[in-house]
Design a binder for this molecule. Structure first.
Ligand SMILES: *[C@@H]1O[C@H](CO)[C@@H](O)[C@H](O)[C@H]1NC(C)=O
Ligand SMILES: *[C@@H]1O[C@H](CO)[C@@H](O)[C@H](O)[C@H]1NC(C)=O
Ligand SMILES: *[C@@H]1O[C@H](CO)[C@@H](O)[C@H](O)[C@H]1NC(C)=O
Ligand SMILES: *[C@@H]1O[C@H](CO)[C@@H](O)[C@H](O)[C@H]1NC(C)=O
Length: 666
């Protein structure tokens, strides 16, 4: 059984091979379902080539090029008896860019397959200027042309019958007829999809029929072109059949996928499913695609940019109002301050005070600055405050920390000062990290601060109250010169509060007794605080100190010094860290002056002018009218007693109107 089957198989193979051979040899017809066979017997020229998969390519994307593929052997036409022929083939035009497609493909019957004289950029690779339209050509061509010709109006995708000339004798737009829909459907020749064309000539009827269709459907019943034509006038006995293709200025890949030809009866149908596939063109993105991609990219970039910009804006956002215009020169941009302080990094933190954190910063000019971030929540009074701050920027004295400018943000005010490399005085007096100050240094600081305060009180165009003189507000420059800082800042807490309530600003221990009653700061209250301050420097003790071992009893420095003074032992109060190394007269002067400034009765306190005179030795303390009475008078003890704060911290707490209870100190 198996042997019989195998023999049968063999017989069939032999028979098929024989028929194919016979067909090829008698040269009346052939069929190529792809051109895989080495012996395809095609004659190629120009760009024409056969791909390994059997695809016949006529032209590629090179411009102004031609390609020809002709059956190698001529067909015998007997002009009196056998002119009929039938052919069908599948072609494809794959243009580089969607809307062009070369000059097209022409199925050609020609006496010669030498087209070396043809022009590459016109005439479909068949003619040249001089022989176009010459009856000596004996050429019949069916052109598939995506480019409008000069003939029959400008029809882009068209099929034409050409006799001896590029100018068609008849053309039709590329369409096919479907019975199903009962109408013509347009085809785009350069769609890149394979299409099927049938050409049939019947010698007796003398009709040349041309039929086009997509490969997905069988041959339509109605031809696209049906032309009465007597080919005996044109054809010669020996004619070559094949294809001509030219790219012109619009390049395109032109392909023939399969081809069937017959001179004695209808051509065999191609097996469309076995035709070689078209190469997958690397999708050259269309202009629309590129444009939309670019548009999307631009939109994305714009959005990203906008978001970045907004975030940046938000990050560096400032509050800026019209009235601030005049303070322009004093205005710092937040961005610059942000940069200068490395983004307000913790490593740049100099200290944290009652009003906010202070950061060190470096401006692009290499100038070092201190930036104080003061939080504020009220808009109210901000205008006046900024006006005051800016006007204080105009204050110039060697014993004042120079205010360089400000910046406002939502809920925040930034004040920019000269940077003081040695920090605040209290750290020298109480901290262990800083070296001990000797008496000469201390005395110089006291004198400096006194002249700074005098400048504020009397020497500037208007009286400026400091309101918060204390050792932590005295800053030391590189040469240990004392400079008053934070002047006027206490005022910030005045703003936005009910004017009916008493504003109490300053630091406990430095607050003059009358402040608790009136709440009004005066030069006298500043002098009182100055008194507490100089006692602090001389004694190395805070004005108010909770006794050790948690006793509720507070030691009030003034009272203690007063007591020692009454005993005639005022020098006992001098800072032990000085180890007795001081100028006795100066120490006594400072201590007594401290007591005088701390007088409970405001008018009994000396003015800053007098204070400076005493310190400079230009006046004698004893000349003061209250001098003798001063040390017997009631001290501030009584004033403090009624307050009885629940002190729990060893440091001097500061107090302000906004927080009516004691707040943690520095
Ligand atoms: C095709 O060409 C080859 C080589 O030129 C030849 O051997 C063969 O006989 C040809 N086939 C036909 C059918 O003419
Ligand atoms: C077209 O084919 C020719 C011949 O094979 C080749 O030299 C040329 O580079 C090709 N052009 C393109 C654009 O592929
Ligand atoms: C053409 O056909 C006619 C009629 O059949 C015949 O007489 C003539 O010899 C043929 N011509 C050639 C060249 O074969
Ligand atoms: C045009 O082609 C013909 C042959 O087809 C040739 O004899 C002639 O020289 C060509 N003319 C030009 C200008 O190339």
């Amino acid at each position: 059984m198996a042997i019989v089957l195998r023999s049968l198989h063999f017989l069939v193979l032999v028979y098929v091979s024989y028929t194919l051979l016979a067909l090829a040899q008698d040269e009346t017809g052939f069929i190529y379902n792809g051109f895989r066979d080495d012996q395809a017997n095609l004659s190629l020229d120009g760009l024409a080539k056969i791909h390994p998969n059997g695809l016949l390519q006529l032209t590629n994307l090179s411009r102004n090029a031609v390609g020809h593929a002709f059956y190698q052997f001529p067909m015998k036409f007997n002009t009196t008896s056998s002119l009929s022929f039938s052919t069908n083939f599948v072609f494809a035009m794959v243009p580089a860019v969607e809307d062009n497609g070369g000059q097209g493909i022409a199925f050609t019957i020609s006496p010669s397959r030498n087209f070396s004289h043809a022009e590459a950029n016109r005439y479909l690779g068949l003619f040249n200027d001089s022989n176009d339209n010459s009856s000596a050509n004996h050429i019949l061509a069916i052109e598939l042309n995506p480019v409008p010709g000069s003939d029959f109006g400008n029809i882009t995708d068209h099929v034409g019958i050409d006799v001896n000339s590029i100018d068609s004798v008849e053309i039709a737009p590329a369409t096919y007829f479907t019975d199903k829909e009962g109408k013509n459907i347009s085809l785009e020749l350069t769609s890149g999809k394979p299409m099927h064309l049938w050409i049939d000539y019947n010698e007796t009827e003398k009709f040349l029929n041309v039929t086009l269709a997509p490969t997905t459907i069988p041959k339509p019943n109605r031809p696209l072109l049906s032309r009465h034509i007597d080919l005996s006038q044109y054809l010669l006995e020996s004619m070559y059949v094949g294809f001509s293709s030219a790219t012109g200025t619009l390049a395109s890949d032109h392909y023939i996928l399969g081809w069937s030809f017959n001179k004695s009866g209808p051509s065999q149908s191609l097996d469309v499913s076995s035709l070689p596939p078209l190469p997958k063109r690397k999708e050259t993105p269309s202009l629309v695609l590129i444009t939309s991609f670019i548009a999307v990219a631009i939109v994305l970039i714009t959005v990203a940019g906008a978001v970045a910009y907004i975030l940046r804006r938000k990050k560096y956002e400032e509050l800026r109002e019209d009235w601030e215009e005049e303070y322009g020169p004093h205005r710092f941009s937040y961005k610059n301050l942000h940069k200068a302080t490395k983004g307000f990094k913790d490593t740049e933190l100099l200290g944290e005070g009652g009003f906010g954190k202070v950061y060190i910063g470096t401006l692009p000019s290499n100038v070092q600055i201190a930036v104080k971030r003061v939080s504020h929540d009220s808009k109210q009074g901000m205008k006046e405050f900024v006006a005051e701050i800016v006007s204080m920027g105009r204050l110039r004295h060697r014993n004042l920390v120079q205010l360089l400018g400000y910046c406002r943000r939502r809920g925040e005010l930034l004040l920019v000062y000269d940077y003081m490399p040695n920090g605040s005085l209290d750290r020298f007096l109480y901290g262990n990290k800083k070296p001990n100050l000797n008496w000469a240094q201390r005395f110089r600081i006291i004198r400096g601060v006194a002249s700074g305060l005098l400048y504020l009180h009397e020497e500037w165009e208007q009286v400026v109250l400091h309101r918060d003189v204390k050792s932590s507000n005295i800053l030391l420059d590189a040469e240990l010169n004392g400079k008053l800082g934070d002047f006027g800042l206490a005022r910030l807490h005045d703003h936005g509060t009910n004017p009916q309530t008493t504003s109490l600003v300053g630091t406990v221990g430095y607050l003059a007794p009358e402040l608790y009653r009136t709440g009004r700061a005066t030069t006298f209250t500043d002098v009182f605080a100055f008194g507490a301050f100089i006692l602090e420097v001389a004694c190395g003790r805070m004005p108010l100190k909770v006794q050790a071992q948690g006793q509720a009893e507070q030691v009030i420095l003034v009272d203690w010094v007063t007591e020692c003074c009454r005993r005639g032992a005022i020098l006992d109060t001098s800072d032990p860290r000085l180890e007795g190394n001081y100028v006795v007269e100066e120490m006594e002067l400072v201590l007594k002056l401290g007591l005088l400034c701390s007088h409970a009765i405001p008018s009994a306190r000396p003015s800053m002018k007098q204070v400076v005179q005493f310190l400079d030795g230009d006046a004698d303390l004893r000349e003061l009218p209250h001098y003798n009475a001063s040390f017997d008078a009631i001290t501030s003890k009584e004033s403090y007693d009624f307050l009885s704060f629940p002190f729990s911290q060893a440091s001097a707490p500061s107090m302000s109107s906004t927080d009516s209870f004691v707040r943690g100190g520095r």
